[in-house]
Design a protein around this ligand. Structure first.
Ligand code: GDP
Ligand code: MG
Length: 206
């Protein structure tokens, strides 16, 4: 059977403090810290996972939310397979700025087909105050996702490790659907028929 190793580049964006670094740490290292340490510039972590017959390396790029997009440089966006937008369900401003993050990503990354480029939205920190301090309803978030072409939506808690694996699996599957010509090597003899022929565009199969 064909086993392919695929590198997928995922970019995580959102306001400072929404929990981008915490979500990545929880997913990759199964660790959470209350301490806030602002991310400096941009950095990535990797995680290996198997999806069907594919070995997938997720390369997850973290940023500091307050960074100007321009200063991240073109190479930061080059070859992105998926963009993960994160907001804090307890902070309205972090939801209101999603439009800007979405627009700026498309402007900077300039994907060939902006309408079908895969995004995913994560509403984080749902654990706080048992949900009593949330100011953005699930419906409001889902309406926003619908207005952007049915972006998949997950509510998460990096602290409680709630929905983190599920969200990143969806991210990997969504990125896989957008991956093009990026397999880094084959194990075994490649089939004549590429798996890319079997892929659907855009949606999340999770
Ligand atoms: P970033 O600036 O988006 O990378 O945000 P961080 O991951 O650094 O998180 C900012 C602060 O929020 C830190 O103090 C984290 O401990 C805290 N935090 C992150 N995710 C959660 C969460 O799901 N629940 C709670 N209660 N706190 C969180
Ligand atoms: Mg950070």
């Amino acid at each position: 059977m064909l086993r392919r190793r695929t590198l997928l580049k995922v970019i995580v964006l959102g306001d400072s403090g929404v929990g981008k670094t915490s979500l990545m740490n929880q997913y990759v290292h199964k660790k959470f810290s209350q301490q806030y340490k602002a991310t400096i510039g941009a950095d990535f972590v990797t995680k290996e996972l198997q999806i069907d017959d594919r070995l997938v390396t997720l390369q997850i790029w973290d940023t500091a939310g307050q960074e100007r997009f321009q200063s991240l440089g073109v190479s930061f966006y080059r070859g992105a397979d998926c963009c993960v937008l994160v907001y804090d369900v307890n902070v309205m401003k972090s939801f209101d700025t999603l439009d800007n993050w979405h627009e700026e990503f498309l402007k900077q990354a300039n994907p060939p087909d902006p309408k079908t480029f895969p995004f995913i939205l994560l509403g984080n920190k749902i654990d706080i105050d048992g949900g009593n301090s949330r100011v953005v309803s699930e419906k409001k978030a889902k309406d926003w996702c619908a207005s952007k072409g049915n972006i998949p939506y997950f509510e998460t808690s990096a602290k409680e490790d709630y929905n983190v694996d599920g969200a990143f699996l969806c991210i990997a599957k969504t990125a896989l659907a957008n991956e093009h010509e990026q397999d880094i090597y084959f194990q075994g003899i490649p089939d004549a028929v590429s798996e890319s022929d079997q892929r659907g565009g855009g949606g999340c199969a999770c």
